[in-house]
Design a protein around this ligand. Structure first.
Ligand SMILES: NC(=O)C1=CN([C@@H]2O[C@H](COP(=O)(O)OP(=O)(O)OC[C@H]3O[C@@H](n4cnc5c(N)ncnc54)[C@H](OP(=O)(O)O)[C@@H]3O)[C@@H](O)[C@H]2O)C=CC1
Ligand SMILES: CCCCCCCCCCCCCCCC(=O)[C@@H](N)CO
Length: 351
């Protein structure tokens, strides 16, 4: 009896060690394989009419996906559909569609999802990527309309994504939509590295991206309640994207903000989209698209799922210590700026 117990114990030990080992290896990406296959799948992208979303739409078309492009501007959406047709991998089979909608409107997503399902022959899209977003930088304490712009950014960036996630997850998790062991659906959010490290000038914006992160990480847990309806949740955290939206935000951006973000590598929409897609293909939960983004991510992981437990933990500890110097420099620069330019009410004169 005692002997049997010992054998059982050692079996359990070996089994646990193998499971742990397999889990570690798989988080290290050693099992490889594309975790985000899109050929023949249908992908809905909000914010597909410009910037990174538009680049992602073209690239996913080139990888063989059917794409539903969502945005407000019909002229630009028609251009994107033409670009996707030109880029398509299997032009005979692939289909493209656009839906004009304002993501900041309460309940917009139910209609968009219903429209997409009808177009997709009664089936829900396989992947949704919420890219639509905007930034209106400024000083919270100086802009007379700071609260109006803050609410606007929350409506577009947070609620735009939150309502889409709600509408699509309701479809994907319906009891009659079960596909045990089937390929997972993918829900992709777009935040910003500012959700890891917010800087002055983005008081109306960073909270919207932190909110997106909070929602995404919560939904990641909620999806574990549906083992027969596999859904993977991801968050892309870009740094500076040289997009039409970036041109717009530069017009209201305070000089101190431009100064603090000057070392962030500027990337084209195409570069960000392809790095983001590469991260999704590797199966990453939090997708960063530059080395600086990686540093900011690992030092701010909290309870988010890890991309690679070993690397993220080791790098995270190192970067955690480097923060001392980063904050010394960044806060020092803000204090210097204050000395040089005086009270922010006088900033129009060159600051
Ligand atoms: N640019 C940057 O430096 C960074 C951007 N990001 C984030 O990345 C994402 C893409 O940014 P970027 O490439 O600069 O985007 P752009 O500003 O260049 O394009 C924004 C896209 O979102 C759509 N959009 C904006 N508001 C709405 C709305 N109310 N309803 C529907 N669609 C809307 C626009 O379409 P339309 O006008 O047709 O409605 C457009 O397709 C955003 O979420 C942004 O916050 C993150 C980090 C850095
Ligand atoms: C240890 C870590 C070192 C960190 C050094 C940090 C340097 C500051 C980087 C700030 C980058 C801000 C990019 C803004 C992107 C964005 O979301 C807006 N453009 C809105 O569209």
């Amino acid at each position: 009896m005692g002997g049997l117990l010992e054998v059982t114990k050692s079996k359990v030990a070996i089994a646990s060690a193998s499971v742990l080992g397999a889990a570690l290896l798989s988080t290290m990406g050693l099992f490889g394989g594309n975790q985000f296959p899109v050929e023949g799948k249908t992908i809905l992208i909000t914010g597909a009419s410009d910037g990174m979303g538009r680049a992602a739409a073209r690239q996913l078309a080139a990888k063989g996906a059917n794409v539903v492009a969502v945005g407000r501007n019909v002229g630009r959406l028609e251009e994107v559909v033409a670009e996707m047709k030109a880029a398509a991998k299997n032009p005979q089979q692939q289909r493209f569609h656009y839906i004009s909608a304002d993501v900041s409107v309460h309940n917009y997503a139910a209609d968009v999802v219903a429209d997409a399902i009808v177009w997709n022959n009664g089936r829900a899209p396989d992947t949704v990527w919420c890219v639509a977003g905007m930034a209106t930088p400024g000083l919270y304490t100086q802009d007379d309309d700071a609260l109006t712009t803050a609410r606007r950014q929350m409506d577009v960036n947070y609620w735009g994504a939150a309502e889409m996630a709600h509408a699509m997850l309701r479809e994907w998790t319906r009891p009659d939509a079960a596909s045990p062991g089937g390929q997972p659906k993918h829900l992709v959010f777009t935040a910003s590295v500012l959700a890891f490290y917010p800087i002055v000038g983005y008081a109306g914006y960073s909270p919207t991206k932190c909110a997106v992160r909070g929602l995404a990480d919560t939904l990641t847990q909620e999806m574990l309640l549906y083992p027969d309806h596999p859904v993977r949740v991801h968050v892309v955290y870009p740094g500076t994207i040289l997009s039409p939206g970036f041109e717009r935000e530069q017009t209201t951006k305070p000089a101190i903000t431009k100064h603090l973000e000057k070392d962030d590598k500027e990337q084209t929409p195409d570069e960000v989209a392809s790095k983001a897609i590469a991260g999704l293909e590797k199966g990453e939960h939090s997708v960063t698209v530059s080395f600086m983004g990686d540093l900011m991510r690992v030092a701010a992981l909290n309870g988010s799922p890890r991309n690679n437990w070993i690397m993220d933990t080791v790098m995270g500890c190192v970067v955690y210590c480097i923060w001392f110097f980063v904050l010394l420099v960044m806060h020092g620069d803000i204090v210097k700026h204050a000395k040089k330019f005086g009270h922010p009410s006088g900033y129009s004169k060159g600051a």
